[in-house]
Design a protein around this ligand. Structure first.
Ligand SMILES: Cc1cc2nc3c(=O)[nH]c(=O)nc-3n(C[C@H](O)[C@H](O)[C@H](O)COP(=O)(O)OP(=O)(O)OC[C@H]3O[C@@H](n4cnc5c(N)ncnc54)[C@H](O)[C@@H]3O)c2cc1C
Length: 470
């Protein structure tokens, strides 16, 4: 078993842009910093590396001595966190190589930078082999050098669809079309909020436009994938039907088009991974994209003392924002340890620059979220056999019966009555659909209840037994 520290000054969960930036800053005073990540290699989602790629270090983090003071443990998943006096205790489970190993780390300051997962919506046929999240396709390419399919239809909403498309074609795959459910011209309504970050990002947008043009990939806006078919029941994807849609994403009759593809990617934004923060009872808020985010103050501190959060956990905002928030969280972690927990503001030229940059990036993220909304009323209007929860095979009819006949009013009640969200992924894939099927607007309380998993990932019984014997 890997020798893991039992105690540290700063524990960072997540080795993406936010977590590693936080760790680097937190190590400035010679603090004992430990970074934990479930992946095999540091980098998180955006900077995911294959086995042969050089390791990822956030830009500007060049002090080798500081990195030498940071202990990074890959292949460990944090599944629970609780407070123990002035310490935070985080419980870890090993990955496939040592899956029966459990471990606990006590820390004086915890930084949670666990990122996000793709947000999915149930569509008839989305349980077929060959349908995957856009991020899943990207992870296959970046992490393993494997194409998701021979000919892929990239669907959903937001600029991320273009990143997925670029990844596929650059890896030698074919993209049949990009199906964007919104009208990107909505960006104009938010032009003021998009600046100045939008100017810097325009180069990226041009790069994506050039890729679409060079590979002659149609980019259909105001269209949505409505059905995914295989050659027979339970067979892999063979084709997908796409409709033109109205503002609420309802299909317009007579506008159906069929694409012959063996892979469909779905991507409707991202959902922050908040398991640990919800277990610690941190305050949360609904962000502009309708998802739940943890509340943080100017210095990335949550409502729970000594618990900080950075990156997508505070609201989905992209990799540059994640890195800036990580730096602020790391600087604040140092400051907390120096001043023994007093909530004073670090005040320096560096901080002013970081706050300003974070402000610009947050405004940009909010404008993007408002330009690419994800309505859900149409989900209930699909065929009754549409699978809502793929893990537990719960159909749309079953969920609607729980709502309409049994009186379920929130996602938790639907889960208890139907098992939707009780399977292997613990609702990570179906919770947005289920929330959308609940009567009335989604409340922070019900989103918190759905995100609060007392144990973040399944623990093998062998691991529990081993603990008992120790
Ligand atoms: C699937 C996916 C693909 C994306 N692709 C793009 C893209 O192409 N372009 C773009 O601009 N943006 C992309 N984004 C958004 C971008 O990844 C984020 O903005 C950026 O990576 C956020 O950095 P972060 O440090 O907050 O989180 P991440 O980079 O997601 O890092 C979080 C890390 O935490 C680890 N982790 C999570 N939970 C635990 C736990 N319980 N225990 C241990 N470790 C844990 C994860 O393994 C991960 O390495 C993508 C996001 C996702 C979810």
């Amino acid at each position: 078993m890997t020798e893991l520290a039992a105690e540290c000054d700063v524990l960072v969960i997540g080795a993406g842009a936010a977590g590693l930036s936080a760790a680097y800053e937190a190590a400035a005073d010679g603090n004992r910093v430990v970074v934990i990540d479930a992946n095999a290699r540091p980098g998180g989602q955006y900077h995911r590396r294959g086995v042969k790629d050089p390791p990822y270090f956030p830009a500007g983090t060049t002090d080798a001595q500081r990195w030498a003071n940071i202990a990074t443990y890959m292949g460990w998943q944090a599944y629970a966190a609780d407070l123990d006096g002035d310490l935070v205790v985080v419980r870890l489970r090993g990955d496939e190589r040592h899956r029966n190993d459990l471990h606990a780390v006590s820390t004086r300051v915890l930084v949670v930078a666990t990122g996000a997962v793709d947000r999915q919506l149930a569509i008839p046929g989305w349980q077929r082999p060959g349908v995957m999240a856009g991020g899943g396709a990207q992870s296959l390419i970046k992490g393993s050098g494997v194409l998701p399919g021979r000919r892929t239809l990239v669907t959903g909403t937001g600029p991320f669809l273009l990143a997925v498309t670029a990844a596929i074609v650059q890896a030698g795959g074919e993209v049949a079309a990009v199906i964007e459910a919104n009208q990107p011209r909505r960006l104009i309504r938010h032009a003021a909020q998009l600046m100045p970050t939008g100017l810097m990002k325009s180069g990226e947008a041009l790069k994506f436009a050039a890729i679409l043009a060079r590979h002659r990939i149609p980019y259909l806006t105001g269209h949505r994938v409505t059905e995914i078919h295989g050659a027979e029941d339970d067979a892999a994807v063979a084709s997908a039907v796409v409709h033109r849609v109205d503002e609420q994403w309802r299909p317009i009759e007579g506008s159906a088009r069929t694409f012959e593809v063996d892979c469909v990617t779905l991507g409707f934004g991202f959902t922050a991974q908040l398991d640990l923060l919800m277990q610690l009872d941190c305050e949360a808020v609904q962000s502009a994209d309708g998802g739940l985010a943890v509340c943080v103050d100017d210095n990335q501190m949550t409502s729970v003392p000594r618990v900080l959060a950075a990156g997508e956990t505070t609201g989905v905002g992209g990799v540059d924002l994640a890195a800036v928030e990580g730096r602020i969280a790391g600087i604040q972690a140092c400051h907390l340890l120096r001043t023994d927990g007093q909530r004073t503001q670090p005040d320096s030229k560096v901080m002013t620059g970081l706050y300003r940059r974070r402000g610009h990036l947050r405004r940009f993220a909010k404008a993007l979220a408002l330009s690419f909304p994800t309505p859900t009323a149409w989900v209930a209007e699909q065929t009754g056999d549409t699978m809502v929860c793929r893990c537990e095979e719960v159909s749309l009819t079953t969920v609607l019966e729980a709502r309409d006949d049994l009186g379920a009013t929130d996602a938790r009640a639907i889960k208890l009555l139907t098992r939707a969200g009780m399977g292997w992924c613990q609702g990570r894939m179906c919770s947005y659909t289920v929330e959308g099927l609940c009567p009335g607007p989604t409340s922070v309380a019900s989103q918190k209840a759905a995100a609060n998993r007392p144990i973040g990932v399944p623990i093998p019984l062998g691991a529990v037994a081993k603990q008992g014997r120790a």
